[in-house]
Design a protein around this ligand. Structure first.
Ligand SMILES: NC(=O)c1ccc[n+]([C@@H]2O[C@H](COP(=O)([O-])OP(=O)(O)OC[C@H]3O[C@@H](n4cnc5c(N)ncnc54)[C@H](O)[C@@H]3O)[C@@H](O)[C@H]2O)c1
Length: 269
């Protein structure tokens, strides 16, 4: 039985038409959120996901077609949330720019695009949301999807890791500057997840099925579920997390807890 900790709240979720964003919309609706605005650049998927979440939860779910790397789209999404919900209580900044390339071949244009979508946009929409919360005296919650890639290196992910690491530091600064307004700011860092983004990386349904069965290095030996990130967001957005701000909560099946273990074949037994 899901708790109902977000009754009456208005939430804006970027990247809301798929994966973590979609699962979070479901969870927020189940927890009683009144209005959920889904911002996504995939205009075709938005009405389908909005209808699905509305019919499953009863929340008023509105799709907003926009690109987080465009300042005017971020401002319009926040304004829409305030207009429809009366105030913005929760922002989940979650839209990714995802690609990989060896460091020696990484295009500077790809570096710029990645940092624009994941770091600059995090600042822009976070600032817009915080300004709206301060203007309305809303003791809100601002949440960011970072990654375990923020905390250590992944081959061919220099741009992605740098953007996510910057996001974690941004969260800390926002948290201490916004604390006097009653606004809490936190990040969640997932390990590898069972979402379309991972399907794109692995390249086939067979590889994805194999990854679901076995993911070496993750002590739980499986991909995380988007619902497991959504559940963490519901907690962080709620009063249950009222004393938590400036944190980066790692949800990774134990991946980051593991330093190293001696390989079986090298063990003297
Ligand atoms: N999938 C993983 O293994 C994994 C691991 C760690 C962190 N993450 C992070 O989780 C978050 C969610 O990823 P996901 O796995 O749910 O991805 P996903 O591909 O399932 O969904 C991402 C959504 O964001 C939208 N989007 C992309 N660029 C956008 C833009 N510029 N403006 C607006 N919308 C945009 C897409 O259309 C899509 O609907 C991302 O921040 C990602 O970096 C994912």
């Amino acid at each position: 039985m899901t708790c109902r900790r977000l009754v009456g709240k208005t939430a804006l979720i970027t990247g809301g038409a798929s994966g973590v964003g979609r699962a979070t919309a479901h969870r927020f609706g189940q927890e009683g959120a009144t209005t959920v605005i889904l911002m996504d650049r995939n205009a075709d998927a938005l009405p389908i996901v909005a209808a699905e979440v509305h019919s499953a939860t009863g929340a008023n779910v509105i799709g907003f077609a926009g690109d987080v790397s465009r300042d005017e789209d971020c401002a319009a999404a926040v304004a829409l949330a305030v207009e429809i919900g009366g105030a913005l209580d929760i922002l989940v900044s979650n839209a990714p720019a995802h690609s990989s390339a060896p460091f020696l071949e990484l295009e500077r244009s790809e570096w710029d695009r990645t940092l624009a979508v994941m770091l600059r946009a995090s600042f822009v929409i976070g600032q817009d949301a915080a300004r709206a919360m301060v203007a309305n005296s809303t003791r809100g919650s601002i949440l960011y999807t970072a990654s375990v890639s923020a905390l250590g290196a992944s081959k061919e992910y220099a741009h992605y890791g740098a953007a996510k690491a910057g996001m974690v530091n941004l969260v800390q600064t926002m948290a201490i500057e916004l604390v006097d307004y009653g606004i809490r700011v936190n990040a969640v860092s997932p390990g590898p997840l069972d979402t379309p983004q991972s399907r794109d990386v692995l390249g086939s349904d067979e590889a994805m099925a194999a990854a679901r069965e076995r993911w070496p290095l993750v002590p739980m030996n499986r991909l995380g579920k988007p619902e497991e990130i959504a559940a963490t967001y519901a907690f962080l957005a709620s009063e249950d997390a009222g004393y938590i701000t400036g944190q980066n909560i790692i949800v990774d099946g134990g991946l980051r807890a593991h330093s190293y273990s001696i390989p079986e074949e090298l063990m003297a037994r």
